[in-house]
Design a protein around this ligand. Sequence first.
Ligand code: ZN
Length: 144
Amino acid sequence: MIHPATEVGFVSDTIGYGVFATARIPKGTITYVEDIFDIRVSPQAFAALDTGYREILDKYSCIDVAGTRIMSWDHAKYMNHSCNCNTIDTAYCFEIAIRDIEPGEEITDEYGLFNISEEVDLACKCPSCRGKLRPSDIDIYHPV
Ligand SMILES: [Zn+2]
């Protein structure tokens, strides 16, 4: 479940939709918590799905250490990656704000910590943009 002071908004034609703060969210605030309503798909169930369903899960889910895809039931699934993210996954099924987030600011995440299995081109284009997500990002950026 994503923080209640958030809403979905349009980012750009390239990125699509994202999640924006509707009120100030101070650094250290829990911004997302996995809950029982989230959809969990095992690697075996994922492999048995039709291509269209796999594409949806690839776009809107994260992958835990067991390879299970987790798709939020609420608008948390629209949270975009940024190489200069303002929230980060804790590896304990919740995420926190790593700096103050102002009303209207897009809430972003570090997808490099989501156990991705292949390279993904990035569209965030922030000044520190890495250009691509890589499966090795979790090993490289986790300590940072
Ligand atoms: Zn980037």
